[in-house]
Design a protein around this ligand. Sequence first.
Ligand code: SAM
Length: 443
Amino acid sequence: MQTALFNIEPKEKEADISEWGTFKDSLKAPVHGWFTYPAGFSYKAVEHSLKQVLLLEGKSTIYDPFMGSGTTNLVSKSLGYNSIGVEAHPFVYRITKSKMNWDILFDNLNQSLNLIKNKLSKTERPIKLENYLQTEFPELILKCFLPETLFDLLVIRNTISELKQDETTKELLRTALICSLRDVSIAATGWPYIAPNKIKVTSMSKKGWETYRNRVLKMYSDIIQIRNKASKMSTTHSLINGDSRNTIGKIENEIADHIFTSPPYLNNFDYADRTRLELYFMGEAKNWGDISDQIRTKLMTSATTQINRGDDKYQFLDSFKKECPDQFTFLDEAVNQLSKLRLTKGGKKSYDLMTIGYFNDIYQIRKDNYRILKPGAKALYILGDSAPYGVHIPTDELIGQIGVAVGFNNYQIQILRERGGKWEKSPQRHNVMLRESVVILQK
Ligand SMILES: C[S@@+](CC[C@H](N)C(=O)[O-])C[C@H]1O[C@@H](n2cnc3c(N)ncnc32)[C@H](O)[C@@H]1O
């Protein structure tokens, strides 16, 4: 019998826990919603969680090992707690860093906007505009924007990097440009895939400069709004572009009073792909290979797009087998089933190796989280289970059990919502009902 570690039912009537694993409320909230990161979660869930534990304003520290768009860190800062966040995706990390910087001066922004506008009005468009753009951008980008709009965005991009302005202002201007891209794209740029052949009619009349300028001004007004409401307590926020599997030397032992996070779900998103449009536009990647080298290789294993079957690293770690024998036995059987099943399927997907890599990583992260957490403190993980080729992997149960095997006192699971029903009628998909849960571990 598990003891109740956490009162999950929010007192406020309007709070709906089934949406805790989604980015819906965060998208509408000032600063939180700048960059559409649907892998993100609800800021209200974080607020609820932090109100449930005894924390001291200005003193307590909250940790998120999968910082993503910074929901946990933004809430911590607003409520007056210190925070630490680790994010392995360098591009997402940089955007989040600019979301956490609220010391922006309007005069600096305004001056920069005037310089950009001036540059735009003075720069002549090449006569053979489309040919010129082809030399600058990969095809995906050419398909996603009208040439005139793309040229304006390019001038804005280059002008920002040449500005003689302080770095924090420049970072905000850069984030605003990145966040404007999907506003003006004429292609359906949904999550997770971009459909360059599907035209988004509502964007046809949107102009690059006006959209960008409005973004910058809205972002500034968001900062004022969040700053005015926030605790006036001085706090520190350590944001690390790194790997939460091992943070020794970067994060102290027993420094965190609470963890609130959401790890990548098994077989769900390819996070590296989420930023394809943005990386291509910014000139930071040109193809799948660049994105793999710069991003995929840095993330914990969670998708088959990360797996190279020739790589012999996909074996259960000896320490995992030793410390978590029951979870190893369960997973080993599932992996054997998956390696046989894949040979009977057209796509021959490497779900077997993906599962090994995922749990090796989860095990290491659980140990590192345990080290960072203060005795008696709690760690909350929002996550979904998975059923590759119909083989159910109850990640919430397994993560709770692995936590206890590495030292946590106990765990509790609360189901937030059922998911996966939309696949019921698809003959290609399994019909296992999946769920999204919150796993609560106490040290
Ligand atoms: C479910 S998302 C978290 C979203 C975040 N809670 C938010 O509100 O935006 C998981 C994040 O973990 C990051 N990630 C994957 N592997 C990582 C690793 N080894 N260390 C740190 N972050 C990692 C991914 O890039 C992704 O942003």
